[in-house]
Structure formats: C-alpha cells, structure tokens
Design a protein around this ligand. Structure first.
Ligand SMILES: *Cc1c(COP(=O)(O)O)cnc(C)c1O
Length: 364
C-alpha cells in the first residue's frame, strides 16, 4: 500500500499541502517518539522532550530566515487574525499613528482592528483596481512619525505579492507574511515584526509564528491583558500557557525539510519556476486572464479568470475529477486560484498546466 499515490494535488489556500516527508515522519512517530514512549500529542509542554522540540523549531526559523539575536521568535495562538489586534495594542501608541499599505482583503481586516486602537493612515491603496497590484513607490505617502508601516507581503485572496520590501526610511515594517513566510529570503533588518499563521506555508492550523525585534518591546504600554502582551511570550519563551505542541513540532519538521531542500534561496528559485509555468499559460492565451498585474504577481497564489463563470465552474469540476483539488477562487475575486506553496510539488503544477491547455483547446 502506498499512501502517496492516493494523494490528490491540493491547491487549497489554507490549511494547505505539507511536505510528504514531514507527514511521513509525523506518522512514524505518532504512537511514540523515539526514546520517549509517548506521542508528541500526549507529552507535557514542560517536558525536556518538548523543550527540545520547541528549541529545534525556533532554531530552524532563525537559521532559515537568518535572524540576528535581537529578534525574538514566538509561537502563539489565535491565528494571524489575532495579530491584527495584538500589533496595534502593543505597538500603536495612543497619541501616535501607524501607516498601513492596503493591497488586499487581509490588509483590510488588519486595518479594521488597528482603528480600534488608534490613528491609522492608509499610506497607499490599490482598492480602486480591485487590488490587482502593489503600489508604485511614488504612490506611497508615508508619515515620518509613524510607529510602524504595516504591509501584507502576499495577499492570499487577490494573489498579489510585494516583489521586495518597500523603502520606509527606517520606520520598522510590520508584516503579515501568513502566505509567503519562508518562501524566499527576506531583508530582516527592515522588519520590526513579522507574523504568520502557520497553516499556509510552514505547518498546520492553530499556531502563529511571530518574530519581533527586541527594541519594540520597550514601546509596549503597561496594563495590557497578560496573554495579549508580547512581553509575556518573550519572557516565557512561548510557554506562558499551553501552546499548540503538535503545530510547533510540525514546524520543526518543516524547517528541517526546508534546510534539506537547500534553504530559502533554493525555495525561492523553485517557487518562481513553478509559478512561471502557470503564468506562461495565462500570458500565451486569450482565454485565461490573470487577476494580478505582472510585477505584482504572487508566487504563492495564482489567480485568474476564464471567459465566463459557467466555464469557471466547469473548469473546477473537471479539474477536481482529475485530482486537482481546491482550485475555486475566493468569492471576492471569483475565478480560479491555484495556491502553490513551498510544499506543493512541481508535478502538480505540471498537471495543472497540462489541464489548462487541454481545457482551453476544448472550450476556447
Ligand atoms: C490566511 C491569512 C490570514 C488569516 O489567518 P488566520 O490564521 O486564519 O487568522 C491573515 N492574513 C493572510 C495574508 C492570510 O493569508
């Protein structure tokens, strides 16, 4: 029996595909971790074994992203969505202001929560063109006194991604990197804080990676609820309360897998090559229309439309029947979305590309 061949190609936006070797290792050790006699699901988060697991997960994140010592690595709960609130609660002073660059649906949700905490300036937005691009540098009006500049590195729903970090003149970037964390190297010194729900690129649902620069901790006001104060989690190394032990374990395995794959530079090359295959079909066809403009296109979520909604429906139905799962686009954009995160295999992209050509030939 080979489970692998029964797996479909999972294009889901999240929770999403995980590396097969990671799933196999987790499966092998699910009854008992070697030398422990219990599964990771059953051990205490205060045990030596778990301490070693969380240490490996943190070390993996540090090595892959090249984090200097003045950045803390936290594994929290509440998803990226709780970070929409925690970020301004901790970092937006009552008498200050924060800049948000709005490039899609997730950024909108982040702004909604930040506004409850203080003054928010939209430094740029591409909403008038239905979030089909990243703003040009000259369109971004930054406040030199902003506490931080918030960006969504990859807008998962619209499929637009910052090609690189904006120049903020030294103001720390706070980034929602939920859907492209560890998909490519980053210029870490530009960031004050990075947060990412694990379930797209680095693990299962229920654990959120937060990376925070040490000096930002001194800005946090006193009086926050204990669980909502980043200092609690820094001081307790993410073990103030019971964390998502299984999620952290899977992250440690994913980091190991990423290192074996050659790290983030190798991953970036692979991700670009995968995405290019699909964008090439879009660009060479009058049948498929990409949502994102070239230059802002996501390497993680490829969004496109077909000539009619009827055809889009049939596309999804026929693709699903052929083992290409999860291609239906988000209702706010419509059409098709192919999410091709780190763990998504190249063969799956090849299968999609072949299916797209065939579908166009029959229906174009
Ligand atoms: C999925 C996603 C979120 C929401 O994450 P949760 O962990 O479900 O709260 C936020 N931002 C981006 C960019 C996402 O892709």
């Amino acid at each position: 029996m080979t489970e692998k061949t029964e797996r479909v190609y999972n294009f889901s936006a999240g929770p999403a595909v995980l590396p097969v070797p990671v799933l196999e290792e987790a499966q092998r050790h699910l009854l008992a971790l070697p030398g422990v006699g219990m599964s990771v699901l059953e051990i205490s988060h205060r045990s030596k074994t778990f301490e070693e697991i969380i240490r490996r997960a943190e070390q993996g994140v540090r090595e892959l992203l090249g984090l200097p010592d003045h950045y803390h690595v936290l594994f929290l709960q509440g998803g990226a969505s709780l970070q929409f609130s925690m970020v301004p609660m901790n970092l937006l002073p009552k008498d200050g202001s924060a800049d948000y660059i709005l490039t899609g649906s997730w950024g909108k949700k982040a702004i909604k929560e930040a506004k409850r905490e203080g003054r928010v300036q939209i430094a740029a937005t591409t909403e008038d063109s239905n979030f089909d691009r990243i703003p040009e540098p000259h369109e971004i009006k930054l406040d030199p006194n902003a506490a931080y500049v918030h960006i969504t590195t990859n807008e998962t729903i619209q499929g637009v991604q910052w090609p690189k970090e904006p120049d903020t003149g030294g103001i720390p970037i706070v980034a929602d990197a939920s859907s492209d964390i560890m998909s490519r190297p980053i210029d870490i010194e530009k960031y004050g804080l990075i947060y990412a729900g694990a379930q797209k690129n680095i693990g299962p649902a229920g654990v959120t990676l937060v990376i925070i620069r040490d000096d930002l901790l001194s800005r946090i006001p006193d009086g926050l609820h204990t669980m909502l104060d980043y200092r609690t989690h820094v001081e307790n190394r993410s073990l103030y309360n019971t964390p998502n032990t299984f999620g952290i374990y899977i992250i440690s395995l994913v980091c190991q897998w990423l290192k074996e794959k050659g790290g983030l530079e190798a991953m970036a090359r692979e991700n670009e090559a995968k995405a290019k295959m699909i964008y090439d079909v879009i660009d060479s066809s009058g049948f498929y229309r990409g949502h994102a403009q070239p230059g802002s296109r996501s390497m993680m979520n490829v969004t496109f439309r077909l000539p009619t909604e009827e055809l889009e429906k049939r596309f999804v139905q026929e693709a699903t029947a052929q083992g290409l799962d999860g291609l239906k686009g988000h209702r706010s954009v419509g059409g098709i979305r192919a999410s091709i995160y780190n763990a998504f295999p190249r063969e799956g992209v090849e299968a999609l590309v072949q299916f797209m050509r065939e579908f166009e030939r029959k229906n174009g």
